[in-house]
Design a protein around this ligand. Structure first.
Ligand SMILES: *[C@@H]1O[C@H](CO)[C@@H](O)[C@H](O)[C@H]1NC(C)=O
Ligand SMILES: *[C@@H]1O[C@H](CO)[C@@H](O)[C@H](O)[C@H]1NC(C)=O
Ligand SMILES: *[C@@H]1O[C@H](CO)[C@@H](O)[C@H](O)[C@H]1NC(C)=O
Ligand SMILES: *[C@@H]1O[C@H](CO)[C@@H](O)[C@H](O)[C@H]1NC(C)=O
Ligand SMILES: *[C@@H]1O[C@H](CO)[C@@H](O)[C@H](O)[C@H]1NC(C)=O
Ligand SMILES: *[C@@H]1O[C@H](CO)[C@@H](O)[C@H](O)[C@H]1NC(C)=O
Ligand SMILES: *[C@@H]1O[C@H](CO)[C@@H](O)[C@H](O)[C@H]1NC(C)=O
Length: 555
């Protein structure tokens, strides 16, 4: 084969550049700490700076409180090799029942195992060696070109930043779960200079979401939300060292990550200094179970103390990490009712002064924020109880989820809003589908409805519709990295990544392969990202039901 001199030379230069870049790992001097890039990814041509501390250890006396600034430590150059994961906890209903049930249901096979979590043993997952209470760290991926430009004395223009809030029902997950942001970085190059990608940890389970009046006497509710805000403040202050533009921050989150973003959009809506932590938001299936009730919050709080055999928060602060990690895993594992993980954001009278949907009704939200809102075709099934086939048991389960709901309210819900009509006219074909619609509405997609209405249609909305389109199915599309062995429709993945990155770059989603993205507008237009086509549809969300949930009659 004859070599073509121009191309050979270019390839030679490219491989020389890659070699040089992998041999030279740049430094970022943050003042309070010095970091060296942890690695260089040749395929994506980016550096990664992993495990950068953004807050002091939330341990000992700092437990269950808002995070504190990190202290100065310049004695060593950090290489970020020391991985960090916040303590994890998975409910038995999820690990022992739900996965199997969903599998049966989708295949049309009857599911005949017990749905009572007490019939299953508590088998704690083996602990991840990276798990530690001292977990308030973040990772950065930055295109090599941008990083080298940032370290140059004549700095080039800075680029937009995407900050990723992972999902995991507020009790699981971590910043490094999806390391495939190389796809997003690659796609962003089509719309400009690219983006800097940041991924954060925040406290989970009891560590981040303990709540209730008694907790608030000597601690802070919603500490996990405060962690996220601390991380966003860090990004505002330090991202320029990595070539990022702190005036162009987009927060991207899925599930619990997006549910958190929804709370930030409605938190401190009137306070100016809290306004500019980020400019744009992409909420993928924003999820949380409404916990407005102080009594319910207090029950979880005392349950946690009882497991620890202590009677006050200060005593809990005195215990070893290991003890607390085991107690958190046990409480969430053993005591979560089907569909819930006990913990998550709660109404605390301060940062969260009411449920986000209610704050939106009261026009308390950041109206200047640009948002893109994603939902999946079947959000509810993964957290829907198999009990739904017996209406009396299902009624009991609804009362467990909403302890203050009145019997006549359940009647209204099950007769009027979600009647047992299975000919498809109501959007479901059987009892499980019906319950799944209930879950999808209150737990996920009405959140998008509230925001679409609040912004008077000045949003971009999409439906992730690759069958079966379950909750979480979209995540591997957001982070698809081109690996052909993954069961992902690459066309849909690249189009989604195009829309995400171009929106992050200038507020308008565009794609080199997908159609023009029409704003939600008065026609309630959505982009349908499906396996049989990418096209414009009308929002299928049921407005009557969402309006009802927004009014909070369930408590
Ligand atoms: C960061 O670099 C380290 C060292 O090369 C590597 O082990 C790790 O997988 C990298 N992480 C990402 C997200 O690229
Ligand atoms: C449960 O279902 C399996 C097939 O999935 C069947 O073999 C078994 O007999 C069923 N058990 C009961 C008690 O119905
Ligand atoms: C609490 O006390 C019970 C009963 O004495 C014991 O089994 C359990 O291990 C104790 N838990 C902790 C966290 O000390
Ligand atoms: C914490 O532990 C120390 C030493 O074990 C003990 O002196 C102190 O009284 C404990 N404080 C609380 C609040 O239990
Ligand atoms: C579905 O069933 C309901 C109640 O029986 C009926 O009113 C409605 O017309 C039916 N719709 C369709 C599309 O068959
Ligand atoms: C809404 O739909 C109508 C009818 O299809 C169309 O005439 C109108 O231009 C649409 N409005 C917007 C803002 O897209
Ligand atoms: C992938 O999705 C695109 C867009 O919807 C569709 O045209 C294509 O047929 C899908 N490919 C496969 C293999 O299903």
């Amino acid at each position: 084969m004859r070599a073509i001199p121009g191309i050979a030379l270019a390839l030679l230069c490219l491989s020389a550049t890659i070699k040089a870049r992998s041999n030279y790992l740049p430094l970022a001097d943050l003042g309070y700490a010095i970091h060296r890039a942890t690695g260089y990814n040749a395929a994506g041509d980016y550096y990664n700076f992993s495990n950068i501390r953004y807050a002091s250890p939330p341990t000992g006396n700092n437990r269950f409180r808002i995070p504190q600034s990190p202290s100065t430590d310049r004695t060593v150059v950090q290489d970020g090799m020391d991985g960090r994961v916040c303590p994890q906890a998975s409910p038995i209903w999820y690990t022992a029942i739900a996965r199997d049930f969903v599998d049966h249901y989708l295949k049309g096979i009857p599911f005949n195992r017990s749905t009572d979590v007490l019939d299953y043993p508590y088998n704690p997952d083996p602990r991840d060696p990276r798990e530690t209470e001292d977990c308030l760290f973040l990772d950065i991926l930055v295109p090599a070109r941008i990083m080298l430009r940032a370290s140059d004395p004549i700095r080039g223009p800075r680029v937009p930043v995407i900050v990723w809030f992972h999902g995991g029902a507020y009790t699981t997950g971590d910043k490094s779960q999806f390391t495939g942001a190389s796809g997003l970085i690659q796609r962003s190059m089509a719309f400009g200079d690219g983006v800097v990608f940041v991924s954060i940890n925040y406290r989970l389970g009891a560590f981040g979401w303990l709540s209730g009046p008694e907790l608030r006497e000597s601690g802070n509710a919603n500490a996990g939300l405060m962690d996220q805000r601390a991380a966003l403040r860090w990004v505002n202050r330090y991202i320029h060292f990595f070539g990022g533009d702190a005036t162009k921050i987009t927060v991207l989150g899925e599930s619990a990550g997006a549910g958190s973003i929804m709370h930030h959009i409605t938190a401190f809506a009137r306070e100016r200094d809290e306004r500019d932590l980020f400019q744009r938001a992409i909420l993928q299936s924003p999820a949380f179970i409404p916990i407005p009730d102080f009594e319910q919050q207090d029950l979880a709080f005392h349950q946690f103390l009882n497991i620890l055999n202590v009677s006050s928060l200060d005593q809990a602060r005195n215990l070893s990490s290991q003890t607390l990690i085991a107690a958190n895993a046990y409480q969430v594992g053993r005591y979560s009712v089907y569909g819930s993980n006990i913990y998550g954001p709660t109404v605390d009278g301060n940062l969260v002064s009411a449920l986000p949907g209610e704050l939106i009704l009261q026009k308390e939200y950041k109206w200047y924020m640009k948002t893109m809102l994603g939902q999946n075709a079947d959000e509810g099934l993964r957290t829907t109880t198999p009990d739904a086939i017996h209406e009396d048991v299902y009624r009991r389960d609804l009362r467990r989820t909403f302890p203050q709901i009145q019997p006549n309210t359940i009647d209204y819900l099950l007769r009027r809003l979600y009647p047992p009509v299975f000919n498809g006219s109501r959007g479901y074909h059987d009892a499980v589908g019906r319950a799944s619609s209930v879950t999808a509405d209150y737990g996920y997609q009405c959140n998008n409805y509230y925001l679409n209405e609040a912004y008077e249609g000045e949003t971009y909305a999409y439906l992730f519709d690759v069958s079966p389109g379950l909750h979480e199915d979209d995540v591997q599309y957001t982070f698809y990295d081109g690996d052909p062995s993954k069961r992902v429709n690459a066309t849909v993945a690249w189009a989604l990544q195009d829309y995400i990155t171009s929106f992050a770059m200038d507020g308008v989603p565009r794609s080199t392969i997908g159609p023009e993205f029409t704003p939600y507008g008065p026609n309630r237009t959505m982009m349908d990202l499906g396996g049989t086509g990418i096209k414009t549809i009308r929002d299928p969300t049921d407005r009557e039901r969402c309006k009802w949930w927004q009014l909070g009659f369930f408590y």
